[in-house]
Design a protein around this ligand. Structure first.
Ligand SMILES: [Zn+2]
Ligand SMILES: [Zn+2]
Length: 344
């Protein structure tokens, strides 16, 4: 089969690899769509993974082979899955921190989403794999995984009715989070982003305000909108660590800042730490998803509770991932989510 193999920055090869053998509890799917995630681009461009490796984790596909022990799935069924499975039985899992479990990052799809066929190991079959309805196309189905990640973040955001939520960064994660905030009854959702295309898209999918932080001072504009209080919740969905300092300055008293972005390049920032005690603000991180988030995400996507369709701006074929990454990385391009399709 063919797969898109990352060797190093600027060296991604579309080449032949072996179709994985499946065990008795595993299944093999034919990949139909796999989202190109910001973290995939980040891993490749900042070389935080060592090649050769096949990335991709936002997968939808069709079952082509099942292990002997599998009785509840059939060949031909359409499914979605995700990449990491917690053990449900350790110090972290016992306390509900499933994404921090030691087993979590050790579990992976084989060989990865950017591949024609993918082995879904038995733990993933058991805890992360779900059938999808026929009317859901492969591309939107591939968005279930990022929606689940954002739902996971929403739990930390703890949004209340009538809240004002500021989302810093109008990429895929930002715009999913903005829509989920509205779904969770936030009355005002503000998105800030440098890209005009993303701001226009944000308004199209229903956010209340879209701010260009170059043209308008974010602090001033947000203060105007919130009558000086500041947002109840700020979600940081852009890989710029200085946004944490800015968010600390503008969140309301008792407000929450949810960080949903890797800051590997510049991880150290200064914040006004006096606000933690004096104003009881909190800063929390969010990473990946749990099996429980996956189920909720499927319901949201299948029932069209948020606008996924307009967020998918491009589809690209598996053999041309390098081009897709280059296109997605150029801030001058009008692009939000790119979905990778298997070659026809
Ligand atoms: Zn992702
Ligand atoms: Zn665990």
């Amino acid at each position: 089969m063919k797969a898109s193999v990352y060797y190093s920055k600027n060296d991604i090869r579309y080449e032949d690899v072996d179709i994985p053998e499946i065990g008795d509890g595993d299944m093999l799917i034919k990949m139909h769509a796999c989202g190109l995630c910001g973290t995939d681009i980040h891993k490749m461009q900042h070389q935080t993974v060592i090649g050769p490796v096949i990335l991709g984790h936002e997968v939808s596909g069709e079952i082509v082979k099942i292990g002997k022990e599998i009785t509840h799935y059939q060949v031909g069924e359409r499914v979605v899955t995700a990449i990491h499975v917690p053990c449900f039985n350790c110090h972290y899992c016992d306390r509900g921190f499933f994404t921090l479990c030691d087993q979590f990052k050790k579990t992976n799809l084989d060989p990865g989403g950017f591949s024609e066929f993918i082995r879904i190991p038995h733990l993933h079959v058991k805890h992360l794999t779900h059938r999808i309805i026929d009317s859901l196309d492969w591309e939107r189905a591939a968005m279930i995984e990022p929606v689940a990640c954002c739902l996971h973040g929403m739990k930390s955001a703890n949004i209340h009715p009538q809240d004002t939520v500021l989302v810093m960064g109008g990429g895929t994660i930002g715009l999913i989070s903005a829509q989920l905030a509205a779904l969770k009854s936030a009355s005002t959702v503000i998105v800030s982003d440098l890209s005009r295309f993303k701001r226009e898209l944000a308004l199209k999918i229903g956010v209340t305000y879209a701010i260009d932080p170059i043209k308008e001072k974010l602090e001033t504009r947000v203060a105007e909108i919130t009558q000086g209080k500041g947002p109840d919740v700020i979600i940081i969905a852009a890989g710029v660590s200085s946004l944490v300092s800015q968010a600390v300055n503008i969140v309301r008293r008792g407000g929450r800042i949810v960080v949903f972005s890797p800051f590997d390049n510049i991880p150290i920032v200064k914040i006004d730490a006096s606000r933690l005690f004096r104003d009881e603000i909190s800063i929390v991180g969010t990473y990946s998803l749990t099996p429980y988030d996956m189920k909720e995400a499927i319901e949201i996507v299948e029932k069209n509770k948020i606008n996924i369709k307009d967020m998918i701006t491009h589809t690209w074929s598996l053999s041309r991932i390098s081009e897709a990454i280059e296109f997605a990385s150029n801030p001058n391009n009008d692009v939000l989510k790119i979905i990778i399709n298997a070659e026809k």
